[in-house]
Design a protein around this ligand. Structure first.
Ligand SMILES: C[S@@+](CC[C@H](N)C(=O)[O-])C[C@H]1O[C@@H](n2cnc3c(N)ncnc32)[C@H](O)[C@@H]1O
Length: 318
């Protein structure tokens, strides 16, 4: 099956917030098919360092490398390592960072990548080509571990029953294919109400676990804080509530919204009490959702949430 080219989500809203300027330097931490990078490069005479952990995305980078040879650099790696990745190019502070979290349409559509229960393929699910595959986890993790993965990363209420069924099935034969796993889950969870396939949540949980997505996001946000120059801007687009909660918690803790009293406390007292100094300003509203028109045109955007923030300038308090 050929993959659909990934359509960037909330592209105009991202550009509005990042507001690329001439001579600016930007990081696109989730390059994918390069929609965000291309838009930033076209908006101003700026430089973009684009990171993706998936080596197959380099084919999209090649076009931008030709079009913008002095202004565009593609880097293979995890955005949580953005500081060291761009430091290799002599860059230690940037004017804007964009993170468009999750999987791309290309990753989902190619059966061999093993992300989708719709297309049968090997149970892989790795965005990079390193680390444990989903099949390694499904065939070796304990019943309790599997239940936790489905519950905590997939919010699957029937996690325990699904884990029991997986363990019973793998005793008969290893589970190596996406359709094999989806059928096992559907037999247990098929009675759930709604239009969503019963395998959706467990597949999401497994994918997040395989790619350690929450850890990457938490570390990526901290790295973004270290990389942004004063006044620099951050945009994070997430696709489900668990990820959005991580971003919201981070931004609120960095703008003084968590621990209300720390906002009014002299900074030296807040520091000695161990509170993080407020380092980000949040706009009002602090998040944006896709328009109805975008959802009609690109249904994948339906579950997107965009959060925006500005790194505080020296001496300013959020
Ligand atoms: C939703 S797509 C991004 C689409 C992109 N904005 C565009 O316009 O084409 C997410 C991409 O981020 C990559 N990715 C996800 N988590 C990552 C991480 N922690 N580090 C680097 N790349 C990551 C995935 O491999 C995928 O290619």
């Amino acid at each position: 099956m050929t993959a659909t080219l990934h359509k960037p989500v909330m592209l105009n809203e991202m550009l509005d917030w990042i507001a690329p300027k001439d001579n600016g330097v930007y990081i696109d931490g989730t390059f994918g098919a390069g929609g965000y990078s291309r838009a930033i490069l076209r908006a101003a005479d700026c430089r973009v360092f684009a990171i993706d952990r998936d080596p197959s995305t380099h084919r999209f980078a090649e076009k931008l490398e030709q079009e913008f040879p002095d202004r565009f650099v593609w880097l293979l790696g995890n955005f949580s390592d953005m500081c060291s990745l761009v430091a290799m190019h002599g860059v230690h502070a940037v004017d804007g960072i964009v993170l468009d979290i999750g999987v791309s349409s290309m990753q989902l559509d190619v059966a061999e990548r093993g992300f989708s229960f719709k297309n049968d393929g090997p149970l892989d699910m790795r965005m990079s080509d390193e680390g444990m595959k989903a099949s390694d986890i499904i065939n070796t993790a304990s019943e309790g571990e599997l239940a936790d993965i489905f519950y905590y990363y997939g919010e699957e209420k029937m996690s325990r029953r699904i884990a029991t069924a997986v363990v019973a099935a793998r005793e008969l034969a290893p589970i190596e294919r996406t359709h094999q796993l989806a059928e096992i889950i559907r037999k247990v969870a098929g009675g759930q109400k709604g239009k969503t396939d019963p395998a959706t949540r467990s597949f999401q949980g497994l994918r997040i676990y395989v790619n350690q997505e929450f850890e990457s996001l938490e570390n990526g946000l901290k790295a973004a804080e270290d990389m942004l120059a004063p006044g620099g801007r951050l945009v994070v687009v997430t696709f489900h509530s668990l990820e959005d909660r991580i971003v919201k918690r981070f931004t609120h803790s960095r703008c003084g919204k968590l621990g209300e009293h720390s906002r009014h406390m002299p900074q030296h007292q807040a520091d000695s009490a161990g509170w993080d100094a407020p380092r980000f300003f949040l706009p009002k509203p602090e998040k944006r959702l896709p328009t109805e028109a975008e959802i009609d045109e690109n249904p994948r955007s339906r579950s997107a949430t965009m959060r925006m923030m500005t790194y505080a300038k020296a001496g300013e308090r959020a």
